[in-house]
Ligand binder design. Sequence first.
Ligand code: DAH
Length: 345
Amino acid sequence: MRREDIEAILAEIGELKCKSQKEVEEARVRFLGKKGEVTRLFEEFRTVAPELKREFGKTLNELKQTVTAKIEELRAAAGEGGAAEGPKEDLSMPGEPFELGSRHPVSIVREEIVGIFRKFGYDVAEGPEIEDDYHVFEALNFPPNHPARDMQDTFFVSTGHLNPLLLRTHTSSVQVRAMEKMDLPIRVVCPGRVFRNEAISARAHCIFHQIEGLYIDENVTFADLKQAILLFAREMFGPDTEIRMRPSFFPFTEPSAEVDVSCNICHGKGCNICKGTGWLEIMGCGMVDPNVLKASGIDPEKYSGFAFGMGLERIAMLKWRVNDLRHYFENDLRFLREFQTATEV
Ligand code: DAH
């Protein structure tokens, strides 16, 4: 390595002019590239006699700094016109869109059910989630201390007085509010969230959703109830769906029934979803008990009505065969994304 070599490069670089980014890039490769002149000097440095290393090392480093600074200066001066440089991104490209969310399966089912009943002429009503004992139990014919209250384990918000506040255990409370507020005849569905003090498992949760239905008019009969449920079931589960009603008990209806729909997976042959019976339970229903009408100021001699209530998670489970209730509340994106196409339908 000779001092003149270094000085020659310094002289040349001092004079260097570039008209475009392309020329700057060529200059950079020529001096600083892998086989560039400066790079080559660094390789030769290995052969420099030990006593000269210190001096040459310093000069070489200064050379590299000078060349690098000069190239940067030329790059800035050459503007944006060159092919080799310019912004790397295509600024005219459209931005990345936000990922669209999808509807929650419980919302999809709720909207579908509400849509069906709207077609039948029902209104939609909502009531408070924090309710009082009167609307959740008493007005629905659960007498104080009656064991029927144990059917639903309740979260109490305040206790110790006659009408304690609690988290509603069913949407039947909205029936009562509808009867208090609305003019007759009443045709209403009431979707909402309900709460029960239950241990969380695949089959039970402390939060879930129900939809309540209520129809009150003169001369409403059990035949009307049966027809309404049949029409609903066929809209919801397909035109071949059959229903059956089994006698049951609820304090607020008399008579009461539980409704099953024919299993649309095995069509009655028996499968593991319907546990071999060919039927799937979907709701409770019945004729509104005269005591319930009376409690809300409706004359049971003149008016009669039916009511029904179903669990939305249960319907969603039947629709999509989700086998664990907890999925509905954990907001795992892998689960929620499964419903993206269901939302678009
Ligand atoms: N409230 C009941 C429950 O939570 C469901 C129900 C049954 C509602 C019968 C009704 C009905 O309106 O008539 O289990």
